[in-house]
Ligand binder design. Structure first.
Ligand code: SAM
Length: 338
């Protein structure tokens, strides 16, 4: 079994419950997107993004870009370096890169970060034997991006080799521009100063701007089932059935001007729920925002990076127009952060 280090704080049940109740009781009620990613949510997500499924446009395109450019990608990661996968999921993509890297460069230390320790264990165990044969040392980190940053501040000093972060699957675009810029900076600053300047990021961004394709993919039945699992997760955190699934309708909207897809639940009728000992009413038609996903293009990424010390060093795109919207951007620091 692969070693999993539990670094959870932000996504620990009691913290998640508090944030959930705060979010439901706020002026613009919402469900924290972290609720999407328990073990069951991960299983549903993995199924819906499998090759050939309705939601696979992004995943397949990104995998094809990785396959086509894995040699160049491997050259970036220094000999015997450290690879950290931010939101590893099924590890389908990152394990492909890690294996290639190990076959080419020898020893690799691989850290897979994700929220559900159970799902992380399963994903790592399924690919560890093959990775071990290639000289990969794998460790799972169960926690969020914020938890990783805190962990790096206390444990990053043990790193002696340059770090390459993989941030694939358009996951960074579920955060806001400001959050991404801060996260990128903190992921560098958390490392010891002697290796900070060699830090690299490989980002998989979905720059699709086809309204119809986005809506079809993000409002398909499998996506709806995955989203509804967040309500089940909310019930289990609160310890009672505050959400009856038939009272909420899943809705998705894509705003072409902001290039942002927003997923929400809308109350089908007036709904009452007991939160923190009091009854609260959600009126029919009231939305509960669940998550968003930006479709950033090159220009968006450049402006996002203005407040950081990072610059785009390379970009790999698919050769067919259909997949062109899933470029992998490679970032490296242009100035050593202090
Ligand atoms: C869109 S999936 C991408 C999975 C995988 N990287 C891929 O490309 O197939 C997003 C992944 O990020 C994880 N995730 C979401 N929010 C996170 C957070 N705040 N901290 C750490 N992981 C997070 C999810 O659990 C999920 O595995």
């Amino acid at each position: 079994m692969t070693n999993i280090i539990d670094i959870r704080d932000e996504c620990q049940s009691q913290n998640l419950r508090r944030v959930l109740e705060d979010s439901l009781l706020s002026q613009q009620p919402s469900i924290p997107p972290l609720l999407l990613w328990d073990e069951q949510g991960m299983e549903l997500f993995s199924k819906m993004t499998e090759k050939g499924s309705t939601n696979s446009y992004g995943s397949s395109a990104e995998m094809e870009v990785l396959s086509a450019h894995v040699d160049d990608i491997s050259k970036i990661c220094d000999d015997g370096g450290i690879l950290i996968d931010l939101g590893a999921g099924s590890l389908h993509k990152s394990s492909f890169v890690v294996k290639h890297l190990a076959a080419r460069n020898g020893r690799v230390q691989f850290y897979a970060l994700d929220i559900s320790p159970e799902y992380l264990q399963k994903s790592l165990d399924s690919c560890t034997p093959q990775m071990q044969q290639l000289g990969v040392q794998s460790v799972g980190l169960a926690g969020t991006f914020k938890d990783l940053i805190s962990w790096l501040y206390s444990n990053g000093h043990t790193f002696t080799k340059p770090v390459t972060y993989l941030w694939l699957g358009n996951s960074m675009a579920n955060l806001s521009i400001g959050e991404v810029a801060t996260t990128l900076q903190q992921l560098i600053i958390g490392l010891p100063s002697r290796i900070r300047g060699s830090t690299k990021f490989i980002l998989g961004l979905d720059a699709c701007n086809d309204h119809k394709e986005i809506i079809e993919s993000y409002t398909s039945k499998p996506t709806e089932l995955w989203a509804l699992n967040a309500l089940k997760h909310a019930n289990s955190l609160i310890g009672t059935q505050v959400f009856r699934l038939d009272e909420w309708e899943y809705q998705g909207e894509y705003d072409d001007s902001t290039r942002c897809f927003t997923a929400s639940f809308v109350a089908r009728r007036d709904v009452e729920m007991r939160l923190r000992g009091k009854m609260h009413r959600f009126t029919a038609g009231q939305p509960l925002k669940l998550a968003h996903s930006y479709k950033w293009n090159r220009g968006d990424l450049e402006s996002l990076l203005e407040s950081t010390n990072l610059e785009i060093t390379n970009c790999w795109k698919h050769t067919t127009p259909y997949c062109e919207h899933f470029p992998l951007e490679y970032l490296s620091p242009n100035i050593l952060p202090g």
